[in-house]
Write a protein that binds this ligand. Structure first.
Ligand code: BLA
Length: 505
C-alpha cells in the first residue's frame, strides 16, 4: 500500500487487474455453482467442451473420484479462501493439473495441461535444500541476491532472472541478476514504483507466483456470455489474463515469456524475483511451488542480512564517535584531528564527501565540490545547524544556488562548531542518479529507441527525473551521531582552553 500523494501515473493504479474477464489460453477455467457443483461457465479452449456437455455437468462427474476430497474441502470453505489442491484429470485424451479455489462467486477450477515429465518430490526437495544452504552462505544482501538470482535461474531455466527490491520512495532497483550471455543487464537499474502499480503489488502479496508463458497470447474470455461472469474475481487464478499495459512493456523489452515470484517479508512485499525468457516458456506447478517456497526462505535470509546491516551500522556509528573522542583527547588542534581522520568520518556516515570549513581554509576528503561551492553551502547551513545538526537530502530544492553542484552535493548533513574560530563540518551525499551511474552505468550500451515508452529504459529515465537533486536520505541514527560528534568537538575545544588557561596560571 502506497502512501497518500503518490502520483497516479497514467491511471496505472486504477486498472482493475483482478477482473479482466478473461484468462491466458494455455489452460482452462471452469466456474461452478458452490451449491449444486454444476459448471456454469468457463474460459479457454472451452466452447467445444461446454457444448459437448461440460456445461451443467457436476464437478464430481467431471473431475472423478480422485478429486472428491479436495472438491468437498473447497465447497466447505468460506468464500474468498483458496483451496489449492493439485490433482490430475486423466482418462481423457489429455492429462491436466487441477487447481481448486473457493471464490466469492463460485468454485473455480483451473486445468493446465500436465507436463510430460514430472519432477519427483525427492528431486525438488533436494534442490530446495541445496539452495537454502547456498543462501545461508552468502556474506551480505548483495551476495545473497546474486546467489538467489542464480538459483532461481537454475530452477526455472529462464534466460534472465532478477531480484528486484522495492525501495522506500516507491521506486525499485535490481539488486541481483543471473542471465544468459546474450541478454542485456538490468543490474543496479532503478525504476519508478508505477511500473508495478499499487493494486498489482497488493495482489502479489496474496497470490505469490504468476506466469505469462507466452506474451503474444490472445486472451480467452469467460463463456457463455449470458452466464454474467465478466466481473468474476480472478485474484487467485493462475491463468488470469494479464494487464495489456504490462504485456506491451514485456513485448517492448523483447521478452517472450515472464514469471515472477513475490518476496514477502513480515507480511510486506519486499520485492520480486522477475524472470524473463526470449521465447515462450511454461513453469509447471511443482516448480511454481518450489519457487514460492524458495522465495519464502529468501525473505527470511533477507531479514537476517538486513538486521545484520543495521547492527553493523550502529556499531560503525558508535565506533566513529568513540574513535573521534580518543583522537580529540590528544593535543593536536581539532581541525587537524578532523581532517586527519576525515575519511573515516566520511565513511562512517555513508557520505561521498566530507569537508571542514574554517574562515580561512577548507579541507576536504572524498568527492566534494570546489571551495566556493562548499563555502556557499557552509554559510547557508551555519544558521540552521546551531546546537543541533542539520540535514537534508534535497539541498538544491532548498538552496537553488547549490543546483550546479547537485551531482556531488544533493544531500548535506552539517554541524556548526561556534567559537573564536568557528568551524562547519559538512557531510555530503551525491545525487542518487549519479551514484547509480557510478555503480552500473545503466543503459549506456542499450541501443533501444530512446523515445520508446513502456520500456525499462524509459522507466529508468522517468525515475532519474523524479530523483534529480535528491540524495539518499540520512537516517535518524546518522544525524544523531553528527550531533554528538559536534558536541565532542566543541567540548574538546573548551577542555583545551581550560587546560591552556591552567598552564598559564
Ligand atoms: C506488472 N511490472 C509488472 C510486473 C513486473 C513489472 C515485474 C509483474 C508481472 C510479471 O511477472 O511480469 C515491471 N519488469 C518490470 C520492471 C522490470 C521488469 C520494472 O523486468 C525491469 C527490468 N507498467 C508500466 C507502466 C504501467 C504498468 C507505466 O511500466 C502502467 C501505466 C502497469 N505493470 C503494470 C501492471 C502490472 C504490471 C498493470 C500488473 C500485471 C498483472 O499482473 O496483471
Amino acid at each position: 500500500t502506497a502512501p497518500r500523494g503518490t502520483p497516479d501515473i497514467g491511471g496505472c493504479d486504477s486498472e482493475p487487474i483482478h477482473i479482466p474477464g478473461s484468462i491466458q489460453p494455455h489452460g482452462l477455467l471452469l466456474v461452478a455453482d458452490p451449491r449444486t457443483r454444476t459448471v456454469v461457465g468457463g474460459a479457454g479452449d472451452i466452447e467445444g467442451r461446454l457444448a459437448e456437455g461440460w456445461l451443467g455437468a457436476t464437478l464430481d462427474a467431471l473431475l472423478g473420484p480422485d478429486m472428491s476430497a479436495p472438491l468437498q474441502a473447497a465447497v466447505q470453505q468460506a468464500p474468498h479462501t483458496v483451496v489449492t489442491r493439485l490433482g490430475l484429470l486423466a482418462g481423457r485424451a489429455e492429462t491436466f493439473e487441477v487447481l481448486l479455489h473457493r471464490a466469492a462467486q463460485g468454485i473455480l477450477v483451473e486445468l493446465e495441461p500436465a507436463p510430460e515429465v514430472r519432477l519427483g518430490a525427492a528431486e525438488v526437495l533436494a534442490g530446495l535444500d541445496a539452495a537454502a544452504v547456498s543462501f545461508e552462505r552468502a556474506a551480505d544482501l548483495r551476495n545473497l541476491c546474486a546467489e538467489a538470482a542464480a538459483v532461481f535461474r537454475r530452477i526455472t531455466g529462464f534466460d534472465r532472472v532478477m531480484i528486484y527490491q522495492f525501495l522506500d520512495d516507491e521506486a525499485g532497483t535490481v539488486l541481483g541478476e543471473a542471465k544468459a550471455k546474450e541478454m542485456g543487464s538490468f543490474l543496479n537499474h532503478h525504476f519508478p514504483g508505477s511500473d508495478i502499480p499499487r493494486q498489482a503489488r497488493a495482489l502479489y502479496v496474496r497470490n505469490r507466483v504468476r506466469v505469462i508463458p507466452d506474451v503474444s497470447y490472445t486472451p480467452a474470455p469467460l463463456r457463455p456470455a449470458e452466464a454474467g461472469l465478466a466481473q468474476l474475481d480472478l485474484s487467485d487464478v493462475m491463468l488470469r489474463s494479464v494487464s495489456p499495459i504490462h504485456i506491451q512493456y514485456l513485448r517492448n523489452m523483447g521478452v517472450g515469456a515472464s514469471a515472477s515470484v513475490s518476496i514477502v517479508k513480515d507480511g510486506l512485499l519486499w520485492g520480486l524475483v522477475a524472470c524473463h525468457h526470449r521465447t515462450p516458456r511454461r513453469l509447471p506447478y511443482e516448480l511454481r511451488m518450489a519457487c514460492q517456497s524458495l522465495a519464502a526462505n529468501l525473505a527470511r535470509q533477507i531479514r537476517t542480512r538486513e538486521e545484520a546491516m543495521q547492527y553493523r551500522d550502529r556499531i560503525r556509528l558508535h565506533g566513529a564517535e568513540d574513535s573521534l573522542a580518543d583522537y580529540l583527547s590528544a593535543d593536536a588542534p581539532v581541525e587537524e584531528v578532523l581532517t586527519r581522520h576525515g575519511d573515516d568520518l566520511r565513511r562512517a556516515l555513508g557520505a561521498d564527501g566530507f569537508a571542514v570549513v574554517e574562515a580561512d581554509r577548507v579541507r576536504t576528503c572524498g568527492r566534494c565540490p570546489d571551495e566556493t561551492a562548499l563555502r556557499r553551502i557552509a554559510r547557508w547551513v551555519e544558521a540552521r545547524a546551531q546546537r543541533r545538526a542539520f540535514s537534508t537530502h534535497t539541498l538544491p530544492a532548498l538552496l537553488p544556488a547549490a543546483a550546479e553542484v547537485a551531482p556531488l552535493a544533493s544531500g548535506v548533513a552539517a554541524v556548526n562548531i561556534p567559537g573564536d574560530a568557528p568551524l562547519v563540518l559538512l557531510w555530503l551525499r551525491a545525487e542518487q542518479v549519479e551514484v547509480v551511474n557510478w555503480a552500473g552505468n545503466p543503459h549506456r550500451d542499450d541501443p533501444a529507441d530512446p523515445n520508446a515508452q513502456l520500456t525499462p529504459r524509459a522507466s529508468f529515465e522517468a525515475w532519474s527525473e523524479t530523483v534529480r537533486g535528491k540524495a539518499r536520505a540520512w537516517s535518524m541514527a546518522e544525524v544523531e551521531t553528527i550531533n554528538r560528534l559536534g558536541h565532542a568537538v566543541l567540548q574538546a575545544r573548551q577542555n583545551r582552553r581550560v587546560r591552556d588557561l591552567n598552564r598559564r596560571l
